[in-house]
Design a protein around this ligand. Structure first.
Ligand SMILES: [Zn+2]
Length: 88
């Protein structure tokens, strides 16, 4: 018997990329992570494995959380290049 009741729209890499693209972000998958990228800024959203258990709404919630979190922690974001060169 197939369980047809729980019909949900889980994400694939391609679907997730399309969802982020609609929001104006590129998707990166470094080391099994899903990151959203815009310009030289990058935000960690979730693990790649987790895509198979989440839908587009959930992914967008992760994106919102990541954006809020980075603003709270870092304040105005420094350009990555400056941050790296400051470390020598
Ligand atoms: Zn990450």
């Amino acid at each position: 018997m197939q369980d047809a009741v729980e019909e949900q729209c889980f994400l694939t890499d391609i679907a997730a990329r399309a969802v982020l693209k609609e929001q104006g972000y590129d998707m990166m998958c470094p080391f099994g992570h899903i990151h959203a990228m815009q310009g030289n800024q990058q935000w960690h959203l979730c693990m790649r494995d987790a895509l198979a258990t989440m839908d587009a709404t959930h992914l967008l919630a992760c994106l919102e959380d990541a954006l809020c979190f980075s603003e709270k922690i870092h304040g105005p974001l420094l350009p990555l290049v400056e941050t790296l060169s400051a470390r020598g």
